[in-house]
Design a protein around this ligand. Structure first.
Ligand SMILES: NC(=O)C1=CN([C@@H]2O[C@H](COP(=O)(O)OP(=O)(O)OC[C@H]3O[C@@H](n4cnc5c(N)ncnc54)[C@H](OP(=O)(O)O)[C@@H]3O)[C@@H](O)[C@H]2O)C=CC1
Ligand SMILES: O=C(O)C1=N[C@H](C(=O)O)C[C@H](O)C1
Length: 270
């Protein structure tokens, strides 16, 4: 996922004060050809009008957190890692400024996914539940295993930090989509969330289980289980830099792309 271009890509970060926002502000100076031109926080946030260096250290862009985008700010791409409540205004801003929208926010509604596709008629849009290289590859492995092992039971287990709001994780659902695609079924028809009160397991179910605790960054396991053996595909994120780097590469790649809906595969396939 490396890339070099002539002029730097100017990027605004929406949700800049959060865990992922801070990871992006820290990762940007290490990424060639990217500049952070705006760091957007919730209106009323205590971070508003304070220098980003005060929160994330000195080696970052010399700008302040802002609650709105200055019309004169140079911009090629907007990266959003915020919340479903803040998503609508973020995508509206990207459409208004006619810049690429790179979004990692999970827990979006069906209507918000429709909004992403509508926006893609006007601007380049990349939404991914997980910006790591490992999960992009794991999707392919999960799809292949599901195709090769159609009768094996599939359960997806994820664990995250105690502050995560949505469950199951966006990544677990994406992995479930990969399994469902491998089996040629609709995820909605096969998905079972938890087992309380459900009785014995039915053939073809794709089970989801969410664990929350401490500061776990993100762990996902897709299990394929037969009477005699079990295959487990596991991914563990050791830090948030892997997501931040993926999003920044996405911003670089999409900044000069045609309008349309893009995915992680567009970052992997050179
Ligand atoms: N796709 C991927 O690879 C990844 C996706 N995620 C997803 O990204 C999202 C954010 O995760 P994380 O950083 O851990 O969460 P945080 O809660 O740490 O950060 C979210 C930030 O968004 C801010 N925010 C809320 N409303 C607005 C607004 N109107 N304008 C600007 N900022 C706003 C919050 O501010 P305040 O606290 O003041 O309300 C907060 O700082 C989640 O949906 C998570 O699941 C996370 C990691 C990787
Ligand atoms: O909220 C998080 O932290 C994460 N969210 C994403 C998800 O919902 O899948 C990606 C990653 O696992 C971290």
């Amino acid at each position: 996922m490396s890339l070099s271009s002539q002029t730097p890509t100017m990027v605004a970060v929406h949700g800049a004060g959060g865990r992922m926002g801070q990871a992006i502000l820290r990762a940007a100076p290490l990424q060639s050809d990217v500049r952070i031109s705006a760091a957007l926080v919730r209106p009323g946030s205590s971070l508003e009008d304070t220098p980003i260096s005060a929160l994330v250290g000195n080696d970052v862009a010399d700008i302040d957190f802002r609650a709105s985008l200055d019309p004169d700010t140079q911009l090629d791409a907007l990266i959003d890692f915020s919340s479903p409540h803040a998503f609508d205004s973020a995508i509206a801003l990207a459409v208004e400024r006619r810049v690429a929208f790179i979004c990692g926010t999970t827990g979006l509604s069906e209507q918000q996914h429709v909004t992403l596709h509508r926006a893609a008629q006007h601007i380049p849009v990349l939404w991914a539940s997980n910006f790591s290289l490992g999960i992009a590859l794991m999707q392919r492995f999960a799809r292949m295993a599901a195709q090769l092992l159609p009768t094996w039971d599939c359960e997806i287990v994820e664990m995250h930090h105690r502050r995560k709001v949505d469950a199951p994780s966006g990544t677990a659902l994406t992995l479930g989509e990969a399994v469902a695609a491998g089996r040629g079924v609709a995820l909605q028809a096969a998905a079972v969330h938890g087992r309380v009160g459900r009785g014995s397991r039915k053939a073809g179910e794709i089970g989801f289980h969410a664990l929350r605790g401490g500061d776990v960054i993100g762990e996902h396991t897709v299990m394929f289980v037969s009477e005699d053996e079990r295959i487990e595909l596991t991914h563990r994120a050791n830090n948030r830099d892997i997501f931040a780097k993926g999003a920044l590469v996405g911003a670089q790649r999409l900044a000069r792309a045609a309008p349309g809906m893009y995915g992680m595969h567009d970052l992997l396939d050179e």
